[in-house]
Design a protein around this ligand. Sequence first.
Ligand code: FE2
Length: 290
Amino acid sequence: MSQSQAHVLAFFDAATFTVSYLVYDKVAGRAAIIDPVLDYDAKSGRTSTAGAQKIVNAVHQLNLTVDWILETHAHADHVSAAAWLQGVVGGQIAIGKGIDQVQKIFKPIFDLEAEFFTDGRQFDYLFAPNEEWGIGSLSAKALSVPGHTPADMAYLIGDALFVGDTVFMPDVGTARCDFPGGDAGALYDSVQRLYQLPDDTRVFVCHDYLPPHRHEYQWETTLAAQKNSNVHLRADTRRDDFIALRQARDASLAMPQLILPSIQINIRAGHFPPADANGKRFLKIPLNVL
Ligand SMILES: [Fe+2]
């Protein structure tokens, strides 16, 4: 497959600091949406598609066919808009094969219904590590990058690498590794594997948290910049130094605001839980578990 230039549009969600992407082959008109956000108001329990609608508008303006809705992992900080988007623009919802491990961890935590299967079947497609495919004439490859969760994936599409929650911008650092199934050593190994890719690979991060010295959100950098200057994990950072730094930092972090609603919906590929006897859908709040 060719190494054509991938066209990338970013959509920043200021409520959760998440960056979703629309990546496409302009000539063929084929596209993938990566990590879309469904707006969720924790105070009212109300969802909104206002943010995801901006992606739909771009798909229509550019006259694209959406082949894929790709999740890098089961996010803990925002609810996925994948299921809603699929109903509007189509595409297969895909995630890494290891999602079954995350479902097995969280099924008992939320005491989910017996019919909730922990084999990933809620998704249309599960990528194996290093699986290759294409989007129009763009080459695409699913890279297994566990650490933040046991099932994180990064997607290399043309020359654009969507790193999910591994590294953030070089002046921000790396993703936390303290959720159930997370592992700082695994994240180190995953990032070092990404650092084997060409230096000029364009890197698109999943979140930006504005560091004190910076005044604008950023989400695009290069692999060379990450390798040379990531404040947590450079190419020459030692494994045990990174693990010590990551674990110390994680010990100081509160749970993400939306972890409870997010996980319950995201391990269902963005579908809401089944309705109760009264026809309404509910999320659960397990007490003293997380
Ligand atoms: Fe995440």
